[in-house]
Design a protein around this ligand. Structure first.
Ligand SMILES: [Zn+2]
Length: 460
């Protein structure tokens, strides 16, 4: 049965549509903690009906009744990507839920290790509400104002699961969606800018790379009617210079939204620029060698999702993001915890001979220079291979249509080389190489360095 035609489900959706969006404004810290405790207990009980968690908890000698709330979360063992993979498909859904009610989504294959999990329609709605909440912070009326969302609608992704396979075909709530334009980030920037120009949104949400491309086009005179008030970037880290370039080009305020396929929305930046965790939807832990880090100190992100009837995500340690918490309060009045900095995926990082880990936040800084400095968007694809501790190869695919426009390929290569050199120091040799094609199924960042012999001493 279509859950959106089910009156019980619909009333659940409407209830959440009225209350969930506002929760972080409505609840004080104490009530939010109580809310989290209640939902964690519920999720752990639910997870106990899911074979992968059931077996794991049994083995660890922990039972749902041992978990009274967030304070007990450490009693639960961490779960890895491989464990979930091992139990896929039947073992990662609850014996109480029928598989037909669920939608399968996969994480992106940037590392070559993609993971399939299940989500339900409620997850899908909550995912969207998480997004709408960020709009509320900026005074955008998501029922009236025109909103453009540029998602990754490749067939396997969460967004395609959420939107094209889940929400849009089934949801008859036209009022919710008629002012929303959905675009596909896999389309050409030149095509997207024309469509956005016709739609004239007040808000644009999209991936960092695509927003950068659109800003370059806008700067060149395309999309004259595009005048959004706000732009949200997602997917990877937004370098501060690229942010400035996008803000100035569109004359709009840019903020970041942070999420993951496995968990849905995680955090967003408020008007004061602080990253607020959607603490009613997820609980985050920041660990280093199994211990909680201090405020501002980078740690491995461990995530627990507090809702949903699909594959539970409880103390999941494989988002692989390095993130530092901020144990402070923000003046903006939102409840919930804060993040100081998101460094990016540590499985997409390069380990240098001094023990420093070069994280995606650095790659972002280097590559975004091509956009904001050279105003060039002719890089179509890129792959980084660390051949050894002293040798890094950068493979670049150049867009043939743009090859002879603007700055030369040599100029682009020299900016990349210089950017990497500044980060890794003179002892590492940087090679740039133009290639015709990069296999999209294979990892984009590869390190041939054996990490077991080195100790990580810090992050770049
Ligand atoms: Zn704030």
């Amino acid at each position: 049965m279509n859950p959106f035609k089910n009156p019980i489900f619909m009333s659940k959706v409407l209830k959440s549509y009225l209350f969930d969006i506002d929760r972080l404004w409505r609840l004080n810290e104490y009530d939010l903690q109580k809310y989290k405790d209640k939902h964690l207990k519920k999720m752990v009980r639910f997870a106990y009906t899911v074979p992968v968690y059931h077996d794991k908890y049994k083995k660890a000698g922990v039972h749902p009744k041992d978990i009274e709330g967030i304070k007990d979360i450490k009693k639960l063992p961490l779960i890895s990507k491989d464990e979930i993979k091992k139990y896929y498909p039947e073992g990662i859904i609850s014996s109480k839920i029928r598989r037909e009610q669920l939608i399968e989504v996969s994480t992106s294959g940037t590392t070559g290790k993609s993971l399939s999990i299940y989500v339900d329609m409620f997850d899908i709605v909550m995912g969207l509400f998480g997004y709408l909440r960020t709009l509320k912070e900026y005074g955008i009326n998501w029922r009236k104002d025109k909103i453009t969302i540029i998602g990754d609608f490749a067939s396997h992704t969460a967004e395609s699961g959420y939107i094209t396979r889940g929400l849009v075909p089934q949801l008859k709530l036209d009022f919710l969606l008629k002012n929303i334009q959905w675009l596909n980030t896999n389309d050409k920037p030149s095509k997207l800018i024309e469509e956005i120009d016709r739609f004239k949104p007040v808000f644009i949400g999209g991936y960092v790379g695509m927003l950068g491309h659109l800003a370059v086009l806008k700067e060149k005179g395309y999309g004259k009617n595009i005048r959004p008030r706000y732009i949200a970037s997602t997917g990877s880290l937004l370098d501060k210079n690229l942010r400035k370039f996008i803000e100035e080009t569109f004359d709009a305020f840019v903020f970041e939204a942070y999420g993951a396929t496995e968990s849905g929305p995680i955090a967003f930046q408020c008007r004061d620029g602080k990253y607020h965790i959607m603490s009613d939807l997820v609980h985050l832990e920041f660990l280093k060698d199994g211990k909680k880090v201090s405020s501002g100190e980078p740690g491995n992100l461990v995530i627990t999702k507090l809702f949903g009837n699909g594959t539970p995500i409880i103390r999941y340690d494989a988002i692989n993001d390095i993130v530092s918490p901020l144990y402070e309060e923000c003046d903006c009045g939102l409840s919930g915890d804060l993040i100081a900095k998101i460094y990016g995926r540590d499985d997409l990082s390069l380990l240098l001979s001094n023990g420093k880990l070069l994280l995606p936040s650095s790659f972002g800084e280097i590559f975004s220079k091509i956009l904001y400095k050279l105003k060039a968007n002719k890089i179509k694809d890129v792959k980084i291979i660390q051949q050894s501790l002293t040798k890094i190869e950068i493979q670049v695919v150049i867009d043939e249509e743009l090859r002879n426009l603007g700055p030369s390929v040599e100029e682009i290569f020299s900016i990349l080389k210089q950017g990497f050199q500044e980060k890794v120091g003179p002892q590492v040799e940087i090679f740039t190489k133009e290639v015709k094609k990069i296999d999209k199924q294979k990892p984009r960042i590869i390190s041939k360095v054996d990490r077991s012999k080195l100790k990580i001493t810090g992050y770049i």
